[in-house]
Design a protein around this ligand. Sequence first.
Ligand SMILES: [Mg+2]
Length: 260
Amino acid sequence: MRAVLIDLDGVVYEGERVVEGAPTAIQWLQSRRIPCLFVTNTTSRPRAALVSKLAGMGIQIRASDILTPPLAATHWLARFAPGSAALFVPAATRDDFAGLTQLPEAVDEGAASVVIGDLGEGWAFATLNRAFRLLMANPDARLVALGLTRYWRAAEGLRLDVGPFVKALEYASGRDAVVLGKPSAAFFETALESLGVTPAQAVMIGDDIVGDVQGAQGAGIPGVLVRTGKFRESDLARGIQPNAVLGSIAELPAWWAGHH
Ligand SMILES: [Mg+2]
């Protein structure tokens, strides 16, 4: 093991509260110069906002230490679908697509890719139909999803997330989306590439036995489950075998030392 991938929500913090011992564990990794990448499916906040949130918890990292779906999508598109990308994402996350050639709004053809994020209130028939037309105008255009979450719980009730809109476009266009978020292997492969390690040289720490542990294992990366965040005892009876189960990320240094 040479590098660590760490989920944020539920591992380093639970909502606005830092997980006890997380800052010390991360400082331990930093002092040992163990390459560390924070991997999150969060697309509602740009990386800079996550950096300041962590700083407020006593954790000092740089924006480049965080991999989000927009970042993974930017890397993936540069490699597999160069050309103009049509972005259907909230304004707040556009900053995370720096370096990507963006198709101007209101243009109905010429996209090499159509990127779908959680646009929320920004969706209207015309918006979704524009994404559909862009796909139909170019048989080679790639449909890229920043996750496939079906819905989420907002203060006023349940709300559709990105998944249903991606599925609508897949159904209409007959094309399969490339998903760049956990648990997709393409997302974990982007993380490994940015760390410069092989799957077996890395370890993924997460609180979601499906998105983090099973997703990482699907990409050949050992997956370690923590008993914080969304963890429930019943997760261990779902037929997915974590490579280790820790009380929290605070136990990571001792666990790591036992493997070196
Ligand atoms: Mg999590």
